[in-house]
Design a protein around this ligand. Structure first.
Ligand code: FRU
Length: 499
């Protein structure tokens, strides 16, 4: 990449510069009271999609879309961190900087992609973005590392230099996997206002052949499919995409059958992955325990009608966090269950327990002053012992209850909702989903952090991730009901801390 004086920098020089930029501000950033306590964040500045999730030589690696010069989206780098438990992350030097003619457009850079273990070489497959004759072109590229820290871009990049006739120059976010000794790659694209997932194969990871359209929008599933991910789960295959322009949906999963002989995936159903405002571009990987683990960017873009801003933390030189890691499994009815990884239990500190609490309308301080900005809450409500219209939690409450985030279940409409219209000065709106409660027991599992609330219900059959930015002193927790009572049969609460 050249600077404005035309001096050409090597990839390593650009990586060094970006690391220096982060080093300059990271101490100030770490003092911001809105920094998450246990969610993954970059040390400073902007992040979006998780990239290159992999367990490599026994350690978990997380790469991420990163702009290491400002808290706003800009020429994309890949940040990098590793972990042995998916909870405590060690920040590593930036892995990729836009440096070459095929990946250095100022409005592009090194876009999203994935990682594989190529015989002991940690190999990243990413989209390079370049501006040529006013056209932004997206090409697929490779960078590799023997030590898992310093990456060298392949001399023969790009390995896929143009889209097939089925796609367009919106051609990005390669996800690569191996099946029966052959490498496969799915790339997100679009044509004729339909999102598409394009399939390639390769025997050596460097020479790719186009197979065809793995799957495409049925006409209602968005104009462009970002960040496709494709993997087996139980006895089915799953395609996850982040569609642009799909009304009412942000990230969808499709469950169906894969035919490798034809390269066609036949979806049998689709559902929303996460029903909150802030979950996008997730990626999954398989670990050595056989778990299919997913992490998402806990935010989303402004083509969403409910979008307002990326939050107030930009004034403190950072923006963005990852969701907690979730384990996927297939339910008997063909839907996916998303459950928080077990390792999160390592964060549990002080414990509070309540049993058989009858929640009476308009009561307050039912939990005797329970407080916290980093909590895990597991509650069970008995709908057979309930005549309330609505019940639920008030989280991150100020002492005058002016600030609060509501997690509610409406027994009439059967809707589970997170309402952040009074969470803080900036957040707005409520988003939720239908939830049928079988056997009368509603189980809600909540993870509260300093700037977010993630809700898992009925064993992870539905999930909702939301950012909130309450005042640091707003730490109250309460349960409530409206127009009737409900029996909360159990409540377990842990204060969470990494220390
Ligand atoms: C999804 C996305 C990807 C792209 C990346 C750029 O959030 O738009 O399609 O590769 O972000 O940062």
């Amino acid at each position: 990449m050249s600077n404005h004086e035309g001096i050409k920098y090597s990839h390593q020089e650009l990586v060094d510069k970006s690391n220096e930029s982060i080093a300059k501000v990271k101490d100030i950033v770490s003092k911001d009271p809105k920094r998450q306590k246990y969610h993954f964040m970059a040390p400073a500045y902007w992040i979006n999609d998780p990239n290159g999730l992999i367990q490599f030589k026994g350690e978990y690696h997380l790469f991420y879309q990163h702009h290491p010069y400002s808290p706003k989206w800009g020429a994309m780098h890949w940040g990098h961190a590793k972990s042995t438990d998916l909870v405590h992350w060690e920040h590593l030097p930036i892995a990729l900087a836009p440096s070459e003619e095929y990946d250095r457009d100022e409005k592009g850079g090194c876009f999203s992609g994935s990682a594989v273990d190529d015989n002991g070489i940690l190999t990243l497959i990413y989209t390079g973005v370049i501006l040529e004759n006013e056209i932004q072109k997206q090409v697929q590229c490779i960078a590799a590392s023997a030590d898992g820290i310093t990456f060298t871009k392949h001399a023969g990049n790009p390995v896929i230099s143009e889209p097939p006739a089925d796609g367009s120059w919106e051609f990005r976010d390669p996800k690569v996997w191996k099946h029966h000794g052959t490498w496969y790659m799915v790339v997100g694209s679009c044509k004729n206002e339909k999102g598409k997932a394009l399939l390639y194969d390769s025997s050596d990871l460097y020479n790719w052949d186009y197979i065809g359209v793995l799957a495409e929008s049925d006409g209602s599933q968005g104009l462009m499919w970002e960040c496709p991910d494709f993997f087996p789960l139980g006895d089915k295959y799953v395609l996850i995409v982040s569609p642009i322009g799909m009304a009412g949906h942000k990230v969808i999963y499709m469950v169906g059958e894969m035919d490798y002989a034809t390269g066609k995936f036949t979806p049998e159903r689709y559902e929303e992955v996460d029903h909150g405002f802030d979950f996008y571009a997730p990626q999954t990987f398989l670990d050595d325990k056989g778990r299919r683990i997913m992490i998402g960017w806990m935010n989303s873009w402004d083509w969403m009608p409910w979008f307002k801003s990326f939050g107030p933390t930009t004034v403190n030189h950072w923006c963005g966090a990852m969701s907690i890691p979730r384990v996927l499994s297939l339910c008997e009815d063909g839907r996916i269950r998303f459950e928080p990884v077990e390792e999160l239990k390592n964060l549990r500190r002080a414990y509070h327990q309540f049993n058989d609490v009858k929640i009476i309308p308009d009561s307050c301080n039912v939990l005797e002053g329970l407080q916290g900005d980093s909590l895990e809450i597991i509650a069970e409500f008995d709908l057979n012992d309930c005549d309330a219209d609505v019940f639920g939690f008030k989280l991150r409450c100020s002492s005058d209850y002016k600030e609060k985030t509501l997690v509610t279940y409406n027994t009439k409409t059967r809707e589970l909702l997170v309402d952040r219209s009074e969470s803080d000065a900036e957040s707005e709106g409520a988003r939720g989903c239908q939830l049928e409660v079988k056997g009368g027991k509603l189980k809600i599992h909540i993870f509260v952090d300093r700037s977010s609330v993630e809700v898992f219900a009925n064993g992870g059959r539905v999930v909702m991730s939301n950012n909130i930015y309450p005042h640091p002193s707003s730490k109250g927790v309460d349960v409530f009901s409206r127009r009737g009572t409900v029996n909360m049969t159990s409540l377990d609460v842990w204060e969470l801390s990494k220390g």
